[in-house]
Design a protein around this ligand. Structure first.
Ligand code: ATP
Ligand code: MG
Length: 602
């Protein structure tokens, strides 16, 4: 025998399926998009930072070369003068004046020039200040120029109160060595240095090792003032730093490729709090060329675009996530609904199989019982005939006997009714097919049950739509269905003082058929019983009162006709049984214009 497996569908398996769908969507679309977005974001950030680092490196190196070239030129000017002229010649101030004029012929770089004897005293001086008596023997630069032969000073104010620096070279003549010293206005250096993409916050300037401005900064600060730079990080010949304006100790050096983490840190820091600083040391001095700019000014536009792309990416990821989870949820709901439908069909199939096997069994039993019943009936008739003419039997005995025989006949009728029911149920009785007027059948059936209704104090009313097409079916079967339904409706009033049963017939244009419903004001049916209503032998009636076959027989008859039966009920209020009969062919299609209602009460 074919086994029908009940589908095992639990809520957990649906939520697992939903999770599976969502994980699949994330793995196949969101994850690659997310990775692609972030990889290109990081790569672009890296690329733009290294471009920026390159730019700053070149900016400081170019400026350094310019300054070095300038200093080399000025140094060689002084060197040439010192090596081509004697101490004696230079001691003559008029000669020194001529030399200064020659040096400043094209550009007046030198402010003054002085000759210093081995003891550190000015022997001759040409310039705007009175430095003739100055003695430098105790100064550090004096000692250094004597030992190294050349010296470039830091920028200082000195006696002049104007920022300047000087170049000093020493020359040995015999045992003694003298020094030629020339002063240059440090603003010359400022005019040499430029940076192409300076923007609002970019500037290039010179500082010495102590962080003292050697040229005037473009923005904050003054020449000779202290620059707020992390000088401890100015190591080696050149380098690039990211400086925290508010906490210079948090600054850090970076290589050409600024790691992305630094880049993000600087990008996410408050505006104007991070600066990029590039430095390069000028040969033979204590000076650094420094190029400095607000980190975000350089990256503002790039980062803005990058951020917009990143935000769009995340928004679209979110949208995909929402749409795919909603779609998945919808699909799961659909599957769940389909599964439930399949489950319902399955249980209907189960019931049909059960009916079939019970029918087989019932038919066999009914058939076997019918024969002995017929014999018993015949025998009781024989007994009645035999005793009818017997004169020796007392009257009272005959009456008692006839009573008993009537009881036997009654019970045999009852048994015959049951076996008839069983045979009907198993459909062993062949059905005829004729055109039947449903309203007429309903009228007849109400006639049959009228008495029973009256004794139960139940009022039956008929609301029949006139001119309904006739059904091609077995009249007897149709009667059986209606008798079952109306009997049940009357029985439902057991223990209730009075009630009513309303029988309605109407056209169902949508489904192309007709509906007969039997509504009662009886006890109602519990949800639990509603599910088992059409099961064979399901009854709530006391033994001897109901076989529990009425509805299952009706069900199989209606299904055989291609129709449908459904029940709605509310405990304490009553029940409605609706039977749908389809019109099998177009010839039954009904012209709604001729519809009339007929109402009748019993
Ligand atoms: N209109 C109704 N109101 C309340 N209960 C009903 C109604 N119709 C059917 N039932 C319930 O359904 C059960 C099964 O009905 P069914 O007609 O199949 O068998 P039965 O009436 O008990 O016995 P039988 O019809 O064979 O004499 C009934 O016992 C009753 O409990
Ligand atoms: Mg019944």
């Amino acid at each position: 025998m074919l086994k029908i497996r009940e589908p095992d569908i639990s809520n957990t398996s649906y939520s697992k399926l939903l999770r599976g769908f969502i994980v699949g969507a994330v793995a196949c679309s969101i994850l690659p998009l997310f990775l692609l977005g972030w990889v290109s974001f990081l790569n672009y950030s890296q690329f733009s930072t290294s471009t920026m680092a390159d730019y700053y490196k070149n900016a400081v190196v170019d400026n350094r070369k310019i300054v070095e070239l300038f200093l080399d030129d000025r140094m060689s000017d002084i060197r040439v003068v010192a090596s081509t002229h004697s101490f004696e010649f230079l001691s003559d101030s008029s000669n020194l004046v001529k030399i200064l004029n020659i040096l400043n012929q094209s550009v007046p770089h030198f402010t003054d020039i002085g000759l210093i004897n081995p003891e550190g005293r000015h022997v001759a001086y040409v310039g705007p200040y009175n430095l003739s008596d100055a003695n430098y023997s105790e100064t550090s630069w004096f000692k250094e120029v004597q030992s190294r032969g050349v010296y470039i000073s830091n920028v200082l104010m000195g006696f002049r109160k104007i920022p300047h620096f000087f170049i000093a070279v020493s020359r040995s003549e015999g045992e003694a060595s003298w020094i030629l010293r020339a002063t240059i206005n440090s603003e010359f250096l400022s005019s040499l240095m430029t940076m192409a993409r300076a923007g609002k916050t970019g500037e290039v300037f010179l500082v010495n090792r102590e962080g003292i401005y050697q040229t005037s900064p473009r923005l904050d600060g003054l020449i000779m003032g202290k620059a707020s730079l992390p000088m401890n990080l100015f190591k080696g010949e050149s380098g690039i730093l990211i400086s925290d304006v508010n906490a210079p100790s948090n600054s850090f050096s970076v290589d050409l490729n600024i790691p992305v983490i630094y880049r993000l840190r600087a990008t996410l820091a408050p505006p104007h709090s991070q600066q990029i600083i590039a430095f390069s040391r000028i040969r033979a001095t204590d000076w650094f060329v420094v190029a400095k700019q607000d980190f975000m000014e350089f990256f503002g536009d790039i980062d803005h675009l990058n951020m917009v792309i990143l935000i769009l990416l995340h928004v679209s990821i979110l949208a995909i996530l929402i749409v795919s989870s909603l779609t998945a949820r919808y699909m799961i709901k659909l599957i769940e609904r389909r599964d439930k439908e399949a489950e319902k069909l399955n249980s209907q199939l189960l019931r049909a199989r059960k009916l079939a096997s019970v029918g087989e069994l019932a038919a066999g039993v009914a058939h076997e019982i019918n024969n002995p019943l017929a014999v018993i009936l015949t025998e009781s008739m024989v007994m009645r005939e035999l005793t009818a003419d017997e004169t020796e039997i007392s009257k009272s005995f005959r009456e008692d006997l006839f009573n008993s025989l009537s009881q036997i006949d009654g019970q045999i009728q009852r048994c015959a009714h049951i076996t008839q029911n069983l045979l009907n149920f198993s459909r062993r009785i062949s059905s005829a097919s004729e055109f039947v007027n449903v309203n007429a059948v309903l009228g007849d059936v109400v006639g049959f049950v009228e008495k029973k209704a009256h004794s139960s104090n139940v009022k039956i009313s008929l609301n029949l739509q006139q001119n309904l097409p006739e059904l091609k079916t077995d009249r007897f079967e149709l009667e059986q269905v209606f008798i079952n339904l109306i009997n049940n409706a009357i029985d439902a009033h057991e223990g209730i003082q009075s009630g009513s049963v309303n029988i309605i017939s109407r056209l169902d244009v949508v489904r192309n058929g007709m509906v007969v419903s039997v509504a009662d004001t009886g006890s109602g049916i519990s949800d639990e019983n509603l599910e088992r209503l059409f099961d064979p032998f399901f009854t709530t009636k006391p033994p001897g009162k109901g076989t529990g076959l009425g509805l299952s027989i009706s069900y199989s008859i209606i299904k055989h006709m291609g129709g449908d039966i459904s029940a709605h009920s509310e405990i304490g209020k009553g029940s409605v049984f609706s039977v749908f009969f389809p019109f099998p062919t177009d010839e039954h299609r009904y012209a709604t214009s001729v519809v009339q209602d007929s109402r009748k009460e019993y």
